[in-house]
Design a protein. Structure first.
Length: 558
């Protein structure tokens, strides 16, 4: 049976036309028409997540894995506001999330009704389109509003909000419906740059003796790997990649912080670029952002990608090239193929990378039991084919320091870089891939998103929790330790028993407490080889993790 509300049936027709397959639904009453219609449509895969904050991130993970839009459905009131963290993350990462919120009629708002707030426009700052489907409007008006929203969704690939105020009764159904014929939505393809602009950019390129390309998190066409390899072979060009860019061609330099963190000002002067070209979403490395803001590239900063936000990361953006990196680099390599550049810029960076790698290996041979040692073990023992979701904040930064030699895909919620929702995102991602998914998190972030344990766990999901005594990044960065009671107010050591928490949700745990590298490696290998979904707790709470990390960066210095 279908919902008796015509605007709900029309909405679902548009969802199908837009290629939506996944619906993440949170229970409620005001959203009963939406739930009734969802059950009447076998086209959709339905997932029920009671906590809306977790539900939003589960949907985000599904959208990331599938590359397709995913819809979340909530009841009225503050339930919808709990989607906002996931909506903000989707906004800054350009992931297609559709928020569908039930609401009370406008004339009942601010009149003391239960579960009623000012929902209309509540997500305005972090959506690319929104609409309010009043029951008093005509079917033609509904259709136009929905067409506008879904067109924007597929053109720009970001979150949208559809608010639906419902008059009672809410549970009426009908068995006789006429489906609206809606043409399938299409995704626009990015076009090439015109010759005049290419000519202008080429002149800037030629004036820049030292070029730096920085690749951050993104879903890149596989050909980008080969294109960047060709560019990295030039003596005047260096290509730096972050772990979450998932680019690993010959000549590309990963581990940005490992390379630049110990640099003196004089050393940076020898390595600083004249032109910076960035691609992907937000850059993790705080150090590279600081250095490029302190010494802006003389020939400017180009960003490549069809982003709806102008990413002026280094306060020096001179060109935002609204096309795909693959298309831009195909044009660029053709245009610059005749060039015979000279210089030693790339060689300087290669020598630096070799020195840093040698010092990294030397440090690994003598490091004591700590977070650092465990990440080193993980990088050496993680089997090929895994998809790793790194939580914030120290977790994803540690990931930037190590070589994952096998073919591993990396991801993290670096749109807003919050600790909320990392576990839920990994769970949603695991539901939409056959690959083994590993979520690596700290204890504070794990507890913050503990309602993710409430949802049914996919068999291909495992979690590693670094039990290091709270927000460990505040023990490392300068500033917090100068504040009285900083452990209480910044680090916030959690008092919960992680094993008992997992047990309460029926999940199996394994805990590593040994300080022996070989025994810890064996336990990690057993955990990764086990086909059961479970949680590994790595206890480093009595290790001086922040001190060891400082010693590591000091050891890297020339």
């Amino acid at each position: 049976m279908h919902s008796a509300k015509a605007q709900v049936r029309l909405l679902f027709d548009h969802l199908e036309a837009a290629g939506v397959r996944d619906l993440v639904i949170s229970p409620g009453s005001r959203n009963a028409p939406l739930i009734i219609e969802a059950q009447a449509r076998p086209h959709f895969e339905k997932t029920v997540i009671p906590d809306e904050r977790s539900a939003g991130f589960v949907a985000l993970g599904m959208a990331e894995a599938s590359g397709q839009p995913v819809a979340v459905i909530s009841t009225s009131g503050t339930a919808m506001l709990n989607y906002h963290p996931a909506v903000a993350e989707a906004f800054y990462r350009q992931l297609p999330l559709i928020v569908i919120s039930a609401d009370r009629p406008e004339y009942r708002i601010d009149k003391g009704e239960g579960q009623s707030i000012r929902q209309r426009g509540a997500l305005h700052n972090h959506v690319i389109a929104e609409t309010h489907l009043s029951e008093s409007e005509s079917p033609e008006a509904w259709n136009q509003q929905l067409t506008d929203v879904f067109s924007r969704l597929l053109q720009q690939n970001g979150p949208v909000h559809i608010n639906m105020p419902f008059e009672e009764p809410l549970y009426e159904t009908t068995g006789s419906v006429t489906r609206q014929t809606i043409s399938a939505y299409s995704r626009p393809e990015a076009g090439p740059l015109d010759d005049a602009r290419i000519d202008r950019l080429e002149k800037i390129w030629q004036q820049a003796g030292r070029k730096m390309i920085i690749a951050a998190q993104g879903r890149f066409d596989p050909i980008v790997n080969l294109q960047l390899e060709r560019l990295a072979a030039r003596p005047d060009t260096v290509v730096l990649t972050e772990t979450t860019a998932n680019l690993d061609a010959k000549g590309l330099l990963a581990h940005i912080d490992r390379l630049i963190f110990p640099l003196t000002g004089a050393q940076w002067e020898q390595l600083a670029p004249d032109l910076v070209i960035s691609l992907g979403n937000n850059i993790i490395s705080k150090k590279i952002k600081f250095l490029l803001r302190q010494r802006p590239p003389a020939q400017g900063h180009w960003h490549i990608g069809p982003h709806y936000i102008t990413p002026d990361t280094f306060d020096r953006l001179t060109e935002h090239i609204h096309t795909s990196p693959a298309l831009f680099f195909s044009q660029w390599l053709f245009r610059t193929a005749y060039e015979k550049p000279g210089g030693h810029y790339a060689r300087r960076w290669m020598h630096l990378a070799a020195r840093r790698a040698a010092k990294h290996r030397e440090f690994a041979r003598k490091v004591a039991w700590s977070d650092w040692m465990f990440y080193d073990l993980l990088s050496q023992n993680l089997p090929a084919g895994h998809h790793v979701h790194w939580a914030n904040s120290t977790v994803v930064r540690y990931a930037q320091l190590f070589d994952f030699h096998n073919r591993v895909r990396h991801s993290a919620n670096r749109g807003t870089s919050g600790i909320d929702g990392s576990h839920s995102t990994a769970l949603g991602y695991a539901r939409r891939t056959q690959a083994p998914v590993l979520h690596v998190t700290g204890d504070l972030s794990f507890l913050y998103d503990s309602n993710a344990l409430w949802a049914p766990w996919p068999a291909n999901l495992k979690t590693i929790v670094l039990q290091n005594g709270g927000g460990d990044i505040f023990r490392f960065i300068p500033g917090p330790s100068s504040v009285e009671n900083y452990e209480r107010y910044f680090v916030a050591p959690p008092a919960a028993d992680l094993e008992k928490l997992a047990e309460a949700f029926g999940l199996n745990t394994l805990t590593i407490t040994t300080k022996s590298r070989s025994r810890a490696a064996g336990q990690l290998q057993d955990f990764l080889a086990d086909t059961a979904s479970q949680i590994l707790i790595v206890d480093t709470s009595d290790a001086p993790n922040a001190q060891i990390l400082r010693e590591y960066f000091k050891a890297l210095a020339d």
